[in-house]
Design a protein around this ligand. Structure first.
Ligand code: PLP
Length: 418
């Protein structure tokens, strides 16, 4: 696929923030792996909730409460449809991917893991798919194992085969790395894990926003992602889990909504998925997430993927032509998403980021919540450009221009003759 597949000019008109400037230049937003921008329909949906049907859900018998509950539950069905889940009862709303993974670690891990059991992760995981398992390993005596990567940032299949064994109870793996861009073979990993009696959790924070994802095709047991990385509001996350797993798990948080009957000394639980949604949720955010899902569905996730691929290919080509630039992750654009991490020789990535910011180009620089991966790559940090549906090749040119400017600035002689 060489040509672009989306009508990007039309899409850009839907995003009010793209009309603003950064330091006097048109804003070039290339930090989509951190969070995406929001189209007008999502912003309008937030305002619509607060101006026309603001009420708490599941509790009131008045019209506003009924409308808010209906819209909230309709979104649950829409999420289920978006990821091919068998039904809305498999969808739990959380605050973000991080909370979804913590929910599984606590509600499933504490009950099902013990000394000698193993959890298989990889060295490319985000901290939110590492630290919750460290907590649980410490609490239960389970052991953590980590699949390594090759020189292009792909999982070592030999390690996958070697580490997933009889003792493995869970494999928790990212579908797309937020640094390397690597797309992992989650279905093959799930097949192997299931053959060996383990469950599979997929960190889909980067994949659900950018790839067509079907949980039944992946055959995963748990899958976690965040609305804010896919045009939706902040504060809304999703946990997909097979219904029987949710039913067998104990609640994570206690309080209102998640109970059936409470006495002073004990309580019984609501049905799934509400058993896992204690307290008042982000009702406005969930209802507006529905608009984001609708927007992406209208574009088509195959087209979204093709556009990312187009930009990734163009970015790799452009960056490989700049001397002193090292790009991390697979060389083959098909093996990766629209995330390109790089370093410029002798210039700290924070300095690259600052110069780019001065050119109106927003990228991320740092460890990207992947400190173990930084160690594995033998770098302290990287710069990272990440793309979405409203980005253009002209913006890649602005990125290149900014990198060249950083090189000129930081490679200028320090000493001048007087
Ligand atoms: N996993 C991956 C691969 C991510 O890229 C991120 C966010 O950057 C997360 C998990 C955590 O997402 P959130 O901060 O929305 O919980």
């Amino acid at each position: 696929m060489n040509a672009d597949t989306l009508d990007v000019e039309r899409i850009r008109a839907d995003f009010p923030i793209l009309r603003r400037e950064g330091h006097g230049r048109p804003l070039v937003y290339l930090d989509n792996a951190a969070t995406s921008q929001k189209p007008e329909v999502v912003i309008d949906a937030l305002v619509e909730y607060y101006t026309t049907y603001n009420a708490n859900i599941h509790r009131g018998i008045h019209a506003l409460a009924e409308e808010a509950t209906a819209r909230y539950e309709e979104t649950r069905q829409k999420v289920a449809d978006f990821i091919g889940a068998p039904g809305p009862e498999c969808i739990v709303f959380t605050r973000n991917t991080t909370e979804s993974i913590n929910l599984v670690a606590n509600a499933w891990g504490r009950k099902n893991l013990g000394p000698g059991d193993e959890i298989v992760l990889s060295v490319m995981e985000h901290h939110s798919n590492l630290v919750p398992w460290q907590f649980i390993a410490r609490a239960t005596g389970a052991r953590l194992r980590h699949v390594d990567i090759d020189g292009e940032g792909r999982l070592l299949w030999d390690d996958v085969e070697r580490l997933i064994g009889e003792r493995t109870k869970l494999v928790a793996i990212t579908q797309m790395s937020n640094v390397l861009g690597t797309i992992n073979p989650v279905r093959q990993i799930a097949d192997l894990a299931h053959q060996r009696g383990a469950l599979v959790l997929v960190d889909a924070a980067q994949s659900v926003p950018h790839l067509p994802v079907d949980v039944q095709d992946l055959d995963c047991d748990f899958l976690a992602f965040s609305a804010h990385k896919m045009l939706g509001p902040t504060g809304v996350g999703v946990l997909y889990a097979r219904r029987e797993l949710l039913e067998a798990m104990d609640p994570f948080l206690g309080g209102g909504e998640m109970i059936r009957r409470v006495r002073l000394e004990e309580a019984t639980w609501n049905d799934v998925p509400w058993k896992f949604e204690a307290g008042t949720p982000n009702i406005a955010g969930v209802c507006a997430f529905s608009a984001a899902l609708g927007y992406l569905q209208e574009l088509g996730m195959e087209q979204v993927r093709a556009h990312d691929l187009y930009l990734a290919r163009e970015a790799l080509r452009r960056l490989s032509q700049i001397s002193g630039v090292t790009v991390y992750g697979p060389k083959d654009p098909e093996a990766r998403g629209g995330v390109v991490a790089f370093n410029v020789e002798d210039i700290h990535p924070h300095d690259v980021g600052t110069v780019l910011d001065g050119h109106g180009v927003a990228i991320r620089a740092g460890h990207h919540c992947c400190q173990p991966l930084m160690g594995r790559l033998d770098v302290v940090a990287t710069a990272r450009a990440s793309f979405y549906v409203y980005n253009t090749v002209e913006e890649l040119d602005a990125l290149v221009e900014g990198i060249e400017a950083a090189k000129r600035l930081f490679r200028a002689p320090v000493h001048t003759r007087t």
